[in-house]
Design a protein around this ligand. Structure first.
Ligand code: SF4
Length: 311
């Protein structure tokens, strides 16, 4: 297998486009693709202060490194990193140490927030207190983490949060929402994942949305980023994993499936959004308990906090 550009030994075979690339041309192509996603979707604009949410994994490290390259000579845009400690004993400690080292090697300021400080409970304690079998640790953790990222980003003056979702993540979210019939949730998918502008929400951007997980992993490996590979003891995403396996198998037999899922969804998104606005409206309400943004009477954070006796 040789590079389609220079003929030297290839490191990746991109079947979906019928081309292979050597290390040099893969790294160039990858970064170009991410820059194109940012440019075409206006993800970075003059005056932006962007909080880059990192976890020590390949996606967020790759995203931080590229955003750092793009913004380092700009005086009109700034970035900083944030990471959240969910309070999972034996798991997050190492990834936070790695995040600190990585940010310091890039010269990027890092702010760390924790569930304990920002929500009032660690994931370990959620697991001990929750007696509703239908609610898994990941349900609490996902909602609380999103809230913590929003709070921490806002506290440090960000007007955008960058998250490291890649093309596989997007394709999986689209299929998961489709299978669950959750089209209201689906409107949050997209390069800019916010529906209504509201000063209580820091909008999210996804610079890696057009690159495959396999490409992100190779980029991180070739760049020798220090990565954390720990497995969370509460990981229970069986439905998500089924979807991932299904899409991977389709991609194997029909290269380009993942790109096609995301591109087809993107062409439907404007219609989904107008349907959403008709049903939910464009005004975000105030949560009756905390005053936070919500489309219902109570926000999801308060609903879950109530489950573990916090409100
Ligand atoms: Fe949180 Fe679940 Fe991820 Fe663990 S696997 S960090 S509980 S979302």
């Amino acid at each position: 297998m040789n590079c389609s550009i220079c003929g030297s030994k290839a490191v990746i075979d991109c079947k979906y486009e019928g081309k292979s690339y050597c290390k040099k041309h893969f790294l160039i192509k990858f970064e170009k693709k991410v820059r194109k996603t940012i440019r075409v979707n206006n993800l970075i604009e003059k005056g932006d202060r962007i909080a880059v949410a990192i976890s020590g994994g390949k996606d967020s490290s790759t995203m931080l490194s590229i955003l750092r390259n793009i913004t380092k000579d700009r005086t009109d845009v700034s970035i900083f990193a944030i990471t959240i400690d969910e309070g999972i004993k034996g798991y997050r400690g190492k990834t936070i140490r790695d995040a600190k080292k990585f940010c310091s090697s890039l010269g990027v300021e890092l702010h760390i927030g924790s569930f304990e400080d920002l929500i009032g409970i660690s994931t370990d304690d959620v697991v001990k207190k929750n007696d509703d079998d239908t609610l898994k640790a990941c349900t609490f953790c996902g909602v609380f983490r999103r809230d913590c990222i929003n709070k921490l980003a806002a506290k440090h003056g960000a007007n955008k949060v960058a998250i490291g979702h890649n093309l596989d993540d997007e394709a999986q979210s689209i299929m998961a929402n489709y299978i669950r019939g959750d089209m209201l949730r689906a409107v949050r998918i997209g390069p800019k994942s916010f529906i209504v502008e509201d000063k209580r929400f820091v909008p999210r951007i996804k610079p890696l949305r057009d690159v495959l997980e396999q490409e992100v992993a190779l980029f991180a490996l070739l760049k020798e980023f220090p990565l954390s590979f720990g497995e969370c003891p509460y990981a229970d995403e069986s439905f998500r994993w089924e979807i991932r396996d299904l899409i991977n198998s389709l991609e194997q037999n029909h290269p380009g499936t993942k790109h096609s899922i995301v591109a087809t969804f993107d062409s439907m998104l404007p219609y989904l959004k107008s349907g959403y606005f008709k049903k939910v409206g464009t005004i975000i309400k105030k949560c009756t308990t905390c005053g936070g943004p919500t489309s219902q009477k109570y926000c999801k954070v308060c609903i879950l906090k109530k489950k573990v006796g916090l409100v």
